[in-house]
Structures are given as structure tokens and as C-alpha cells.
Design a protein. Sequence first.
Length: 129
Amino acid sequence: MDDRSAHGLQGRFVHSLVPIVIGYTVAHYFSLFVFQGQAGYILASDPLGGGQNLFGTADWAINYTAVSTSVIALVQVGAIVIGHIVGVVSAHDRAVGVFSGRNKTRGQYSLLAVMVAYSVGGIALLVGT
């Protein structure tokens, strides 16, 4: 099978989606991790609900001011942008190794445009516009 067939190319470029998946996972679950992580630590003192206080944290409450909304937004935007940048650089690196001549750059303009559109769309969804 030729490595440049449609199936061969999919397999050669799929790794470039991993940083994007990681970026979106961080963007979606950062605040959940911060706040519910506190709840897990608090609930670990009394795992069976029997009134124990193993770690001395059973009477603590979740601190919702531990991270401000500005920091959460910056982490989310940063994760989306960095994930897309690393994904595009990874795909570009693979394209330079796979294609020859003018095909090295010609096929990447559309990828760059799509990734910029995805980044802007993701950020627009994040800020609610």
C-alpha cells in the first residue's frame, strides 16, 4: 500500500490531534479539577460516611475563591491555543517528511486556516459570544 494513499495519510497525521485533544480536555475540566479535587480531599477523611475524620478535613468546605474566574479563563484560552499550535507544528513536521516539492507547503495553507478558525471558534464559545 502506498504511504500517500488516503488511509496511509490518516495514519501518518493522526498524532497531530493528540495535543488538540489534551488542550480541549484541560480547557473543559480545569475548574472541575480545582474545585472537585478539593471535594475529593475533604471527602477522603470520611470515605464511608460514618462520621470519621481521618485527615482532619471532614469539616472543611470547598474554597471557590482558590482560583479566580480570570485565571480559569486564561488557562482555558491558553490550553486551546497551545494545543492547536502544537498540533499544527506536529502536522507540519510530518508533512515536510512525507511530501516533496511544492506539496510540502501547498497542502498546509488550508490546515493553517482551519486551525485558526477552530481556535477562534473555540475561544468564541468559551467567552460566550
